[in-house]
Ligand binder design. Structure first.
Ligand code: CA
Length: 376
């Protein structure tokens, strides 16, 4: 079912009317689903409907049967992210998917790739598993998981700690880590040596549930957003070998902790009001006392909104909003952050992407999730 129409609203930050057009109600509710740039298109896993202005989506409907080991779609599990090969337009027709994979010991995030033919874009052929998070454990939360290609065409995969806590500090485990792999799953040069017995392909550690990732367009560095516990959601620049402190320290508090008013500093994890340094890397920014549940991120580089050039956009689930953050200075400080489109969205927001014309596409997360095009 597709509902069409024009929905006009005023962006609080702009002296302009911005419109979201043509709500596309997806026929399948297998949330969460993500989207990624595909040359001049945006691909949406579960939507069969073309989007306005030359942006097309494909429904890859045989997908679930092609994923090695199957998908454990309970809780926060399911299909987690999709990415397109950086050389897709140059004869490398791979599409990459992360998902929650059942197996011995429980469930863990896995990554596969398959080839997509635009002439017959209904399934992926030649699927190959290229990564699996180890160990698999029980439960069905905190999978991560984002896929983000670096400029050298290596692939970052963010991995949640599966609600296990301490394995995020165990270098022998993939829980609560970011890994960096080659497109075929092999190990690239340049990954950090963290310690003896470290798990394969480690890049950074001490993460809780990193559901946002984007490459900074100028520096090429990986930015990651992750869920805190009760407060303490973070944005970090994940550099090689960094340790972000979870579960030893957080600007959030344990579930059930109470605090006076809005100042949660008395119950922050690790004491010292949650300060990470010097043992761990301080986040660029964090949210207290209430978590917003950060999800997708993208840096804006389009021409449609010159005033947004260089901004970081991030969606929030529980917070039901799209955040815009201003970044400035050589140290990439986040100097301002604001919620936009809040009253117009009023749903959990899963992901955001920039279209080829500079419009933003925002996808909401519900059984009748929408794709909202933000354009002027
Ligand atoms: Ca942290």
């Amino acid at each position: 079912m597709v509902t069409t129409g024009w929905y006009a609203f005023i962006l609080p930050t702009l002296p302009a009317i911005v419109r979201a057009d043509a709500d596309y109600v997806t026929p399948i509710s297998s949330q969460p689903y993500q989207f990624a740039r595909l040359g001049s298109t945006i691909s949406v896993l579960d939507a069969a409907h073309p989007i306005a202005d030359g942006v097309t989506s494909y429904r890859v409907n045989a997908l679930a049967h092609e994923l090695a080991g199957g998908v454990d779609a309970g809780g926060q599990g399911g299909l987690l992210d999709v990415a397109i090969d950086p050389d897709f337009a140059n004869g490398s027709p791979w599409v990459y998917l992360s998902y929650s994979q059942p197996g011995a010991g429980g469930v863990g995030t896995a990554v596969m790739r398959g080839q997509l033919s635009l002439a017959n874009p209904t399934s992926l052929t030649g699927p190959v598993q290229i990564f699996q998070q180890m160990p698999k454990v029980g439960g069905n939360g905190h999978y991560g998981s984002r896929l983000a290609f670096a400029s050298d065409k290596t692939l970052f995969v963010t991995l949640g700690e599966r609600q296990q806590g301490s394995p995020a500090q165990d270098i022998a485990s993939h829980l609560g880590k970011v890994v960096r792999i080659n497109r075929d799953g092999s190990t690239p040069a340049g990954n950090p040596q963290i310690g003896a017995g470290q798990a394969s392909n480690l890049w950074s550690m001490g993460h809780r549930n990193p559901q946002g990732a984007a490459l900074h367009p100028a520096t090429g560095e990986l930015w990651v957003a992750e869920h805190g516990p009760q407060g303490g959601d973070e944005i970090n620049i994940a550099r090689a070998g960094n340790n972000f402190g979870w579960p030893n320290v957080s600007y959030g508090c344990n579930y059930g902790d109470t605090y006076p008013g809005t100042d949660n500093s008395s119950c922050r994890i690790g004491g010292n009001a949650g300060v990470h340094a010097p043992a761990y890397v301080e986040p660029l920014t964090w949210w207290v006392p209430v978590s917003i549940a950060p999800a997708g991120m993208t840096f804006y580089t389009g021409a449609m909104f010159p005033e947004w050039q260089g901004s970081l956009f991030m969606t929030s689930l529980a917070g039901q909003a799209l955040w815009r953050m201003t970044i400035s200075g050589a140290n990439n400080a986040i100097t301002a952050r604001e919620k936009i489109l809040e009253s117009s969205i009023a749903e959990r927001v899963r992901d955001v992407a920039q279209g080829p014309d500079g419009a933003l596409y925002v996808i909401t997360d519900s059984s009748s999730g929408r794709i909202i095009r933000v354009a002027r």
